[in-house]
Design a protein around this ligand. Structure first.
Ligand SMILES: CC(C)(COP(=O)(O)OP(=O)(O)OC[C@H]1O[C@@H](n2cnc3c(N)ncnc32)[C@H](O)[C@@H]1OP(=O)(O)O)[C@@H](O)C(=O)NCCC(=O)NCCS
Length: 200
């Protein structure tokens, strides 16, 4: 099971109730990553992987490298304090991935943003495990769904999300930064506590 220390956001993946796919065979080559919620004091590690994501994959995000490279320490710390940002670490304790859950005004929904896995770590289940971590925290706080936007040209990310269980809400929007990029909205219904109990 996933155990969560809600205060620290520490996640230990032992046997994940959100991941029937993995339990039923999973994705070839998956490996367990250390995934945990970032504390505001870790803003420099977060800044580093976030800027890398914007630099390496400019079309995947609404924001851009130049804008965020100019943000000061207080903005980075506030981001970590105001949302649930997870970091993924490799065996050498290097940060190789990040994803953030934002608690929206809608009491039922957590918005997933900023998903990124460094190229060398891709295809091994890191993004899936970060989604598990956000899903578990959101579910434990009684949220009913995860929602995210993915560029229609981003087939790899869309494949991951659809495989995970996200479905198309039918909503579309153009990115403010580049109106040639259309973002597709996907939603994932979180298992209720009862459904999770029933599966045990
Ligand atoms: C998209 C991204 C986050 C995926 O990270 P990842 O750690 O490689 O993802 P995972 O290994 O957890 O899972 C994705 C893979 O699992 C695959 N997968 C999922 N279910 C599977 C199954 N049942 N059988 C086989 N493969 C499966 C996905 O399709 C994908 O594999 P593929 O692209 O090799 O086909 C990463 O590629 C990335 O950072 N891309 C650039 C930034 C980006 O696009 N971010 C998303 C913004 S919305």
């Amino acid at each position: 099971m996933v155990t969560t220390d809600a205060r620290a956001g520490q996640i230990s993946v032992v046997d994940d109730p959100f991941d029937e796919k993995r339990l039923s065979g999973g994705h070839h080559g998956d490996m367990p990553f250390m995934i945990r919620r970032a504390d505001p004091s870790e803003w420099e590690a977060y800044r580093s992987i976030r800027l890398r994501s914007l630099f390496d994959e400019p079309d995947a995000y609404e924001s851009d490298y130049e804008t965020e490279a100019g943000l000061g320490p207080d903005r980075w710390k506030r981001r970590l304090a105001d949302a649930a940002t997870f970091l993924a670490f490799d065996d050498d304790h290097a940060v190789i991935g990040t994803a953030t859950g934002i608690w929206t005004g809608d009491d039922d929904t957590v918005l997933v943003v900023g998903m990124y896995v460094a190229p060398l770590a891709r295809g091994r289940g890191c993004a899936r495990q970060m989604l598990d971590a956000i899903a578990h925290l959101a579910s434990s706080l009684q949220r009913k769904r995860l929602v995210l936007g993915v560029a229609d040209s981003n087939t790899r990310a869309a494949r991951l999300y659809r495989w995970y269980g996200f479905v198309d809400t039918g909503r579309r929007r153009q990115l403010h930064r580049d109106s040639d990029i259309t973002e597709i909205e996907l939603a994932f219904p979180l298992p209720t506590e009862q459904a999770t109990e029933d599966r045990r």
